[in-house]
Design a protein. Sequence first.
Length: 276
Amino acid sequence: MTNGVAALWTGRRFAWIPAPDAPASHSLVSWGSADQTVGGSTVVSASHYAARTIELAWSNLTRSELLLVQDMFAWAGEDEILYRDDMNSGGNILSPFLGRPHLHSDELTPLAYDDNGVALARTASVNNGPLKALAFTGAAATDGKTHTYAERVLIPPGADMHIVASGAVTAPGVVQVTGGVNVSPAAVSRVPGLDDTPRVVEIVITAPTTPKQVLTWVRAAFSARGAPAPNIWPYATPEGFGTMRVEPGSFTVTGTNPAYGLFSAAVTLREVWPWP
């Protein structure tokens, strides 16, 4: 990433915006509760997946910077938000649904179960990475649908993306990137970006009917265009997120020094369920 700026894509529009200069909050919010029993102990119920909430804030924006940030966020509506700054562009830029695929089984997502409850994948214990993997059963879906998980990634201008998977994935097409790039444990794959414009690519996991396919983790990172691939083996905690939206009513503006044309602003982004 470029120091001092963040990459933002809303709908089909891209802009370099000022990086937040006020404390930014990246929270992982799971569902659950902690309740006390009549015996005095505590019972905890919680989801395995924790959706990300990002609170971005700027303390000193010029008027032109404010108008750019406002134009990108305030009227985004239900447009998908793709956002990159130095807090989510490190060792693994992908979401937990890719970086820890066992979560699909844990959370009963449409990648792991069809509409009739047939298990297409289950959680399996392994000895590396997150110590859990997504083991596909090889069962054919009974609802007539192809069961996938798709995640879009913004490759900023001047960058390439490098991606690799871990596990016993021998069937082609289990993990693919836009353009037919087949992601496998055999080698790190380069997904080229563009010099002066962003590129948005889609990473798709498809439940195979080939038996004994096991996906342990997927990892991706950026490099400069044409530069050698970074070392993205072994497992690294996923720092990215899936489908994001602007929380309605969260964009706020304050005139910190209107006489000198300085403003503060804040907005909240929330990760949403990726299957409509």
